[in-house]
Design a protein around this ligand. Structure first.
Ligand SMILES: [Zn+2]
Length: 456
């Protein structure tokens, strides 16, 4: 009997279906895509990196996974923490299932994996100031000895200024991990295409340059697999997490809330307190309420939101209650409302800006491309997988077990992150079974689906 196949998942962040034709002309992409099944898959809402990468590894949308945004709700922080840690993820992942099945796992630069139980882990994390340095950061959040074995050797490849860039570092580490560890299941996240789309818009020559750069990384990884003799028994799956839209307008809801007396700032522009506040999700927003609002004030907030929804200058498509967002999009969290804007309208958190800044205005600043929009607004991400090989074998079984098993009990309070205990020891809330996502299991459906939606 032949040895079971291995799995290498490479996420090309923000690659979309329209990129595939060009990618086929490149050496490594072309080699991978030649015999691959490909599919365009709808992202989960919000179309942000962390909710969607978590969905790829869990089959669960934000309502179940707990990753409802890239960043945590920390309204008084200018630069809120991202959902770095796997402790925030409330459902088992593909890598958990693989490890339970006795497979060797690895993750490089994958979102929301810090502290995870992964054999070889170099997580995506960049808050080095919090940890007191880069070495301390990786020692605290990666797998044991990963600093000595992998990170120290390549950390000089990380570009911190003026724009953070981990791509060269991630590829170098991944190549070493493949060579040395020969993991059964490995995931890798590369963001060059996303960065190009943010900086220059959804489609530009720079996006093609970024795809060429990714092609070089893929070629290096394929060379390692060939050199180690693992290529023929490795299913290489390319995925992405979301598309981009051209940014047409910034709607700064917190500036509106401040103007109308629902949010208060001091003379230096610092937040004092709020009745309602917007946590940006890029091209959508999530509205949080103060905990002690009176029924009358709650009614005022609801009336205000109806006004904003009806005012065409803000270009708001709909403001959903959290229950409506959960029902319609599988999006739930500790917020009270979800703001779905018109395509290309950023829902910002800046309370010192003008409420509406349009692309043609002199004071328009920020990204030309962005995401976070409702997934039906376009920019479909893509997925490709080996054509026939992934329909059989152990790898597929591991994926199925992670997406179909009954969820582990978890604390039902959003403020508590303690998983898998009969009664939460931190906040004493009764545990609930995680709700299954009402939406189709996303990206790795390239590997786990029945193939009906796939072209071969
Ligand atoms: Zn992304």
């Amino acid at each position: 009997m032949s040895a079971p196949h291995k799995l290498l998942v490479v996420s090309v962040d923000a690659m979309v279906g329209d990129d595939v034709e060009f990618a086929r002309t490149l050496p490594a992409f072309g080699r991978l895509l030649r015999d691959a099944a490909t599919a365009q898959i709808e992202a989960v809402f919000p179309t942000l990196t962390y909710p969607n990468h978590t969905a790829q590894l869990t089959g669960a949308g934000p309502a179940s996974s707990g990753i409802y945004n890239n960043t945590q709700f920390q309204p008084h922080e200018a630069d809120p923490d991202w959902f770095w840690s796997a402790h925030h993820v409330r459902v088992p992942t593909l890598l958990d299932a693989a490890r339970r099945a006795g497979l060797r796992t690895a993750a490089v630069q994958w979102p929301a994996t810090a502290h995870a139980d992964i054999d070889t882990l170099v997580p995506e994390i960049w808050d080095r100031e919090y940890w007191g340095g880069v070495q301390e950061m990786y020692r605290a959040t990666g797998s044991p000895d990963v600093w000595e074995t992998y990170v120290a050797k390549h950390v000089d490849l990380v570009v911190w200024e003026p724009k953070r860039d981990f791509n060269d570092f991630a590829c170098a580490v991944a190549a070493d991990v493949l060579e040395r560890e020969r993991p059964d299941v490995m995931v890798l996240h590369l963001v060059a295409v996303d960065a190009a789309r943010h900086a220059t818009g959804p489609f530009s020559p720079q996006v093609h340059d970024a795809l060429r750069r990714i092609d070089g990384y893929l070629g290096r990884l394929l060379d390692v697999l060939e050199h180690t003799g693992e290529l023929e028994r490795t299913n290489v799956v390319l995925v992405s997490d979301h598309g981009h839209l051209a940014v047409e307008q910034h709607t700064q809801l917190n500036a509106v809330f401040a103007e109308r007396g629902f949010l208060r700032i001091d003379g230096a522009g610092r937040l004092l307190d709020y009745d309602v506040i917007c946590h940006s999700a890029g091209l959508s927003g999530q509205l949080f309420l103060a905990e002690d609002l009176s029924p009358a004030r709650l009614a005022d907030v609801a009336a205000l939101l109806r006004d904003l929804e009806a005012d065409p200058q803000y270009r708001i498509a709909a403001i959903h209650t959290a229950a409506e967002a959960a029902s319609r999009y599988g999006l739930d969290g500790p917020f009270a409302y979800v703001v779905e804007s018109e395509p290309g309208v950023l829902v910002g958190r800046d309370w010192t800006s003008r409420p509406v800044v349009r692309r043609e205005d002199a004071d328009f600043a920020g990204y030309l491309g962005n995401h976070g929009h409702a997934p039906q607004h376009g920019g479909s991400r893509c997925s490709s997988r080996p054509g026939r090989r992934s329909r059989r074998g152990r790898t597929r079984g591991a994926v199925r077990s992670s997406t179909r098993r009954r969820r582990s009990p978890r604390c039902s309070a959003w403020s508590c992150r303690t998983p898998k205990a009969p009664r939460c020891p931190s906040c004493s809330s009764a545990l609930a079974w995680g709700r299954p996502s009402p939406r189709k299991s996303p990206v790795l459906c390239g590997a786990v689906g029945d193939g009906r939606d796939l072209r071969h």
